[in-house]
Write a protein of this length. Structure first.
Length: 112
């Protein structure tokens, strides 16, 4: 894990590019919100509320590369994986696809 979160000035410029923030208008899902959690060493399910698109990095004046994947790894190691992730991985192991029974199309498809 890198320590870029320690360099976050909390300017908030990244929020304009974050698709999750723009959809939910919730500060805690923004890169700034997540950086604050990381600075305070708070492990949170909020790290799963992220597309990992890195659009926040594009607008960050310090070009910070916040390690959201590392935070997810820690959550999973602590057994705090989401039910949706567990289901998806179980389906891949059992059926070879993330949706479920072999050959059965899902009724709905969602992106993230
Ligand atoms: S990686 Fe994408 S979704 Fe996650 S905080 Fe950055 S801009 Fe938002
Ligand atoms: S733009 Fe960069 S420095 Fe500013 S709040 Fe976002 S991550 Fe932190």
């Amino acid at each position: 894990m890198n320590a870029d979160h320690e360099k976050c000035s909390e300017c908030g410029l990244c929020k304009a590019n974050c698709p999750v923030y723009r959809a939910l208008l919730d500060e805690s899902v923004s890169a700034r919100g997540k950086a604050k959690l990381m600075k305070n060493k708070i492990s949170s399910g909020m790290f799963f509320v992220c597309t990992l698109c890195r659009a926040c990095k594009q607008l960050c004046p310090a070009n910070l590369d916040l390690d959201f994947e590392g935070e997810r790894e820690k959550l999973i190691a602590d057994g705090k994986e989401t039910d949706a992730n567990k289901r998806m991985i179980g389906n891949i192991r059992k059926y070879g696809n993330p949706f479920g029974k072999e050959g059965e199309k899902p009724k709905e498809l969602h992106c993230c």
